[in-house]
Design a protein around this ligand. Structure first.
Ligand SMILES: Nc1ncnc2c1ncn2[C@@H]1O[C@H](COP(=O)(O)OP(=O)(O)O)[C@@H](O)[C@H]1O
Ligand SMILES: [Mg+2]
Length: 210
């Protein structure tokens, strides 16, 4: 079978590791680096309303899991549609908008109905037999049409319970919704809170095991 154009594009992406951080060394001219996460780099594809998510070496297993999870979510408007999957890549809808993280950094208010939309999307995933996990501010996108989209579903098939979204919602109602709570939050503050949160969770799990 002839390799697809997307497969050719994905094969041009080269990563390098410097100071324990992964960087994109080179890629095809039709790709534009759009975002990077823990497991992959996401590129916009020239003249298409799609992105290609190219997983870092050693994250091939994550690519398969994410593809299988998206198959279960196929057709649900809260999630991007997947058009092609390869060993180390996924091609999906480009969701134009800002992540919740960017909204908070820029002072764009997060309205209660966005939270409801996330809940609806996660409810659908549960009904499809998945276990929504790793729901954080970088994986939720607010579109120009004022709608919420959920991305990065690789960990939706893990077995252990993830409380991240419930914890974020507690923070939302307990602090963010208060009239005097700042609606624009510096990025360094959010990164620090997330570091402390992860440390707290790690220690809580360790204590639970002892
Ligand atoms: N379909 C998409 N449309 C628009 N932006 C996206 C899309 N998928 C990913 N991104 C952007 O790329 C970033 C990294 O992608 P993500 O799928 O979360 O990777 P990882 O699995 O490594 O966390 C996201 O935080 C988001 O900013
Ligand atoms: Mg992510």
């Amino acid at each position: 079978m002839k390799p697809s154009r997307y497969n050719d594009l994905a094969s041009t992406v080269l990563f390098t590791k410097r100071n324990r951080r992964i960087k994109v060394l080179r890629h095809h001219g039709d790709l534009k680096l759009y975002g990077m996460g823990r497991s992959a780099a996401v590129f916009r594809i020239k003249n298409e309303n799609r992105v290609i998510k190219v997983f870092y070496p050693a994250f091939e297993k994550t690519a398969i899991e994410e593809k299988q999870n998206y198959e279960k979510l196929n057709g649900n408007p809260y999630y991007p549609t997947i058009y092609e999957a390869g060993i180390n890549y996924l091609v999906m809808d480009f969701i134009e908008g800002k992540t919740f993280f960017e909204c908070l950094a820029e002072g764009i208010p997060l309205k209660p109905h966005y939270i409801e939309q996330v809940d609806n999307g996660l409810q659908f995933a549960k009904a499809a037999g998945l276990n929504p996990s790793d729901i954080h501010l970088h994986n939720l996108i607010l579109t120009k049409e004022d709608e919420v989209r959920i991305i990065d579903v690789a960990r939706f098939s893990q077995e252990k319970k993830c409380t991240q979204w419930d914890d974020l919602k507690i923070g939302y109602t307990r602090y963010y919704q208060r009239p005097f709570f700042p609606k624009k939050i510096p990025k360094w503050v959010m990164y620090s809170v997330s570091k402390f949160y992860r440390l707290y969770k790690y220690l809580a799990i360790k204590r639970g095991k002892e």
